[in-house]
Design a protein around this ligand. Structure first.
Ligand code: TLP
Length: 340
């Protein structure tokens, strides 16, 4: 049976051309700073995000944890969206490793506004924790791959500057946001102090994320990465995959977005699911299963070869280069024919 894997874009496997680039990679010991391919990847990432420096980290989770550790600081609070990846999927590392207290804030489509944040800011009183960091997510995973507008980014930037609080962007899928909104990645990142983006999702590399920021921050981040066990050696072999991804796989994200839209339209027409196709911006979509039995629907789909993931009474579908437009048409036929 043919499988249509729509569980995540993390399932993407390196292409033949990417593997060739990995095979050819020049390598050295990156803990000594001697891996030329890693150095080139970090320079490239810094340039693309408009930051002074960058650090290659093994995962998006580590790329989010380090700024919590360095920028926010132990005993301080981080303001973030209640549905952020850090709140739900990073195993409370903010608390257990960075020693940071999360202050989750609601916000439509995953967007945090100054009005929503203001009541959560701590006054400068000796018996209260300090607000050490604001963290935002673009695209926002759990809110359905939603993107920040430039006005929204600029509002949070002005607010944070006024209160002298740094902003970290979980930009695991910031290239999807740039492709959808037309706001260049460098421009998006100009509204934040630090950003993490992932190579291992829609961009198709097997491993790795880049944490970008000013040089002083990255120097400190490098120490914390080593402390966390993330110092890697001849890792140019993976950096080469990342460089290949940045060169070849950004524009094609558009195709993933069109495929997600197509899926949404079909899902919206079956009796057992509800989706607003207009709300689908990038490669992630959630379908509400009105009778609440999302697990039964996902197992019925799985029997026909369509894989998705459950999230309460919702199902998540994520498009990626592993599922071509032709595959999506076939998956849509299976979905349309499914009787629950
Ligand atoms: N997201 C994964 C799961 O963890 C949910 C997925 O399948 O979407 N930030 C965001 C916004 C993410 O979506 C993810 C991964 C991460 C950070 C963490 O990246 P990794 O998995 O590399 O640690």
């Amino acid at each position: 049976m043919k499988i249509y894997d729509l569980r995540s874009d993390t399932i993407t496997r390196p292409s033949g051309e990417m593997r060739k680039a990995m095979h050819k990679a020049e390598v050295g010991d990156d803990v000594y700073g001697e891996d030329p391919t890693v150095n080139l990847l970090e320079e490239t990432a810094a340039k693309m995000t408009g930051k002074k420096a960058a650090l290659f980290v093994p995962s998006g989770s580590m790329g989010n944890l380090i700024p919590l550790y360095v920028q926010c600081g132990r005993g301080n609070e981080v303001i973030l969206h209640e549905n952020s990846h850090i709140m739900h999927y990073e195993l409370a590392s903010a608390a257990t490793i960075a020693g940071v207290m999360p202050r989750p804030v609601p916000g439509e489509r995953g967007i945090l506004t100054p009005e929503a944040i203001r009541p959560h800011l701590r006054p400068d009183i000796y018996y209260m924790a300090r607000t050490g960091l604001i963290e935002i997510e673009n695209t926002h995973n759990k809110e359905g791959g939603t993107c920040w507008t430039e006005d929204e980014l600029s509002a949070i930037h002005r607010f944070a500057k006024k209160h002298d609080i740094p902003v970290h962007l979980d930009g695991a899928r910031v290239f999807n946001a740039a492709v959808h909104t037309g706001i260049p990645v460098k421009k998006i990142c100009s509204y934040v102090d630090t950003v993490t983006f992932c190579l291992s999702k829609g961009l198709g590399a097997p491993v790795g994320s880049l944490l970008c920021g000013d040089s002083e921050f990255i120097d400190e981040a490098r120490r914390i990465r080593k402390m966390l066990g993330g110092g890697m050696r001849q890792v140019g072999i993976l950096a080469a995959a990342g460089l290949y991804a940045l060169e070849h796989n950004i524009d094609r994200l558009r195709e993933d977005h069109l495929n997600a839209k197509k899926l949404a339209e079909v899902l919206n027409n079956v009796s057992w699911a509800k989706v607003d196709p207009d709300s689908v911006e990038t490669n992630i979509l959630f379908a509400t299963i009105p009778d609440g039995n999302a697990a039964a629907v996902s197992s019925a789909l799985k029997k026909k070869g369509v894989l998705c993931s459950g999230d309460g009474n919702r199902l998540r579908f994520v498009t990626s280069m592993e599922v071509s437009s032709q595959d999506i048409r076939e998956a849509c036929d299976i979905i349309a024919a499914l009787k629950i």
